[in-house]
Design a protein around this ligand. Structure first.
Ligand code: R5P
Length: 285
């Protein structure tokens, strides 16, 4: 096995290479003045089993991924495993309104053009995996996140909506706490509403868990409501920290007591390394 990291996967690639005791390959990536991306493999990949690590966000990282996978194929890699720690476009996993495309399927089918196997971490919904084909698997970061949260001493784990309850239940099991969910309605790309719901949070340490935090609108609204109901401390945990448009400031202003994310994306609170979970999955299959 031979591991290669893209510009949105370098740190995880290093952890995966160490975990698999495999060499770390080199790739040159540049952006031309017109925005085109240049990719050059700096090692001979012929007949190698290559694990390529790259998150597919923002869009130029997806293009870099496709170009690198295509180069690996063109230069004779024997097998190619695409490890995509954060899979962008996973939320558009069906046609919600007529005329829309299923973007998650489009992205996974593109990756499948060049990769034999696909691994991702906590996709928005795991039912997107078959869009790649049969050799796709997802890895959970929940146990690693739980290890990090033990010192926070949570009394309750909350999901922001019913759809995210499975993830919250998994975290609550690891932490040995009760679990509940809020009732979120999305009003726009940045605003959500939480339906009034009385929760037993007064004086408690609450962890809200979601697959991703983007603008922070979901978590900020939840924090305000929980603090209004008397929660002593509210900590947010997510696998994928996008934190766009000043999301971390927005969360601070909402009164959050802590935010933790994994390192599937680079950000100031990426405190949980996912490489060990990826290594376990690759070693098992
Ligand atoms: C949506 O279904 C996701 O699970 C997240 O709840 C959402 O993407 C978070 O977005 P934001 O941080 O912008 O509220």
């Amino acid at each position: 096995m031979w591991v290669l990291g893209g510009t949105a996967g370098g740190a995880i690639a290093q952890g995966v290479a160490e975990g698999l005791k495999a060499p770390l390959g080199r790739v040159e990536v540049k952006t031309f003045p017109d925005g085109e991306i240049y990719v050059r493999l700096l090692d001979d990949v012929k007949d190698r089993d290559v694990v390529y690590v790259q998150s597919s966000w923002p869009n130029d990282k997806l293009v870099e991924m496709l170009l690198t996978l295509a180069a690996l194929r063109e230069h004779g890699a024997r097998s190619i495993t695409a490890v995509v720690p954060y899979l962008a476009y996973a939320r558009q996993d069906r046609v919600f309104q007529s005329g829309e495309g299923t973007s998650a399927a489009a992205v996974l089918k593109l990756i499948a053009q060049f990769a034999d196997r696909f691994v991702t971490v906590d996709p928005h919904k795991e039912h997107v995996l078959p869009f790649f084909g049969t050799r796709a698997l997802d890895v959970s970061a929940i146990r690693l996140i739980a290890d990090h949260l033990v010192e926070v001493g949570p009394d309750l784990v909350l999901a922001p909506d019913k759809g995210a309850l499975d993830r919250a239940e998994a975290l609550a099991r690891e932490l040995g706490t009760p679990v509940d969910h809020l009732e979120k309605t999305r009003l726009s790309g940045t605003e959500v509403r939480m339906a009034p719901k009385a929760l037993d949070v007064a004086g408690k340490v609450v962890v809200i868990v979601d697959d991703m935090i983007s603008t922070g609108g979901t978590i900020a609204t939840a924090v305000k409501e929980l603090k209004r109901q008397g929660a002593a401390k509210v900590v947010a945990a997510c696998t994928h920290g996008l934190f766009v448009g000043g999301a971390l400031d927005r969360l601070a202003q909402a009164g959050i007591d802590g935010v933790v994310a994994t390192d599937t994306l680079a950000n100031p609170v990426a405190k949980v390394a996912v490489a060990p979970a990826i290594v376990d999955a690759l070693a098992r299959r």
